[in-house]
Design a binder for this molecule. Structure first.
Ligand SMILES: Cc1cc2nc3c(=O)[nH]c(=O)nc-3n(C[C@H](O)[C@H](O)[C@H](O)COP(=O)(O)O)c2cc1C
Length: 273
């Protein structure tokens, strides 16, 4: 299954939503999501499974009054992001493609890697040997306006805030280049690389840490680990990799990823044609 250019537009409208209304998900949308789950599978085994209801898996964080803070509520459908240990980055990539497909269909989602019951999730879907549910998302129509708890949850992780482009891609120079910009002699970055970084900048990440940094090297876009990361970083990298590809494709550039060793993560090498 190829990347859908509509996912690029979905990047701008996606937001994590944690409260869902009773409005039914249209049959055509469910069909599209099921088709996605069947078709979009990445070696070595990163895949998505969609199930009805939430199986009580969204626990939230228990607060000291016994309430659950940050819990997802009312999800009519749940998708599980599945893979073997070591395939976190691929699961991040496939999971984000699913999230953007759901967004394209007008549905709400929220990556949840921490606040869910892993045992219950493993019972909710059929796992093959060595597979784990690494994260889940609710799927449905969110309530129109965020209520108090959802607002507080978004606020707690400063959901809307993103680092400046200069922070995540220190050498990035736009347009005709600016003296003292830190780029090689102020040379402008190609439009595809700027679009790729901007698409990655707004990607979701665990606790909104945004653990990725970018530099241009030998014509490739290198993604490296930020100094401060969260335990979801391997998933976060996969998510950002999909965004990079969608941003580059929007500027007409396709390419391939090569995995690198820490602190670099991978580099996106544009095709030669
Ligand atoms: C890998 C990953 C794991 C996450 N885990 C949780 C979680 O356990 N609970 C939760 O409420 N939000 C979780 N989030 C949602 C992030 O808090 C959210 O993406 C971030 O604050 C940015 O907000 P936005 O998605 O609205 O742009 C997770 C996001 C990612 C990418």
């Amino acid at each position: 299954m190829n990347l859908d250019p509509a996912w690029y537009d979905a990047i701008a409208t996606r937001r994590s939503r944690r409260r869902y209304s009773e409005r039914k998900v249209a049959a055509a949308s469910l069909e599209a999501l099921r088709a996605f789950c069947g078709d979009f599978q990445l070696a070595p085994g990163a895949r998505v499974e969609l199930v009805e209801g939430d199986g009580g898996i969204f626990t939230g964080l228990l607060d000291r009054f016994g309430g659950a803070y940050g819990r997802v509520e009312g999800a009519p459908w749940t998708a599980a992001f599945i893979g073997p240990k070591g395939a976190e980055t691929q699961v991040g990539y496939v999971g984000e493609a699913f999230i953007l497909e759901a967004t394209r269909l007008g549905l709400g989602t929220c990556w949840v890697a921490g606040m869910f019951d892993r045992g219950a999730a493993a019972r909710l879907v059929k796992l093959h040997r060595r597979e784990h549910v690494m994260a889940v998302t609710p799927v449905g129509h969110p309530v129109e306006r965020k209520q108090f708890v959802e607002r507080m949850m978004s606020k707690a992780v400063r959901s809307a805030a993103r680092r400046q482009v200069e922070d995540i891609a220190p050498g990035l120079t736009r347009g005709w280049g600016q003296a003292g910009s830190g780029g090689p002699a102020g040379a402008a970055w190609p439009a595809w690389a700027v679009a790729a970084v901007e698409a990655a900048r707004v990607a979701p990440s665990g606790a909104n840490i945004q653990p990725w940094r970018f530099r241009l090297q030998d014509g490739a876009l290198v993604m490296s680990r930020a100094e401060k990361t969260y335990w979801t970083a391997p998933l976060d990298y996969g998510i950002a990799m999909l965004h990079v590809e969608l941003g580059a494709a929007h500027e007409g550039v396709r390419g391939a990823w090569e995995h690198l060793t820490e602190p670099d993560v991978a580099r996106f090498v544009p095709n030669g044609d």
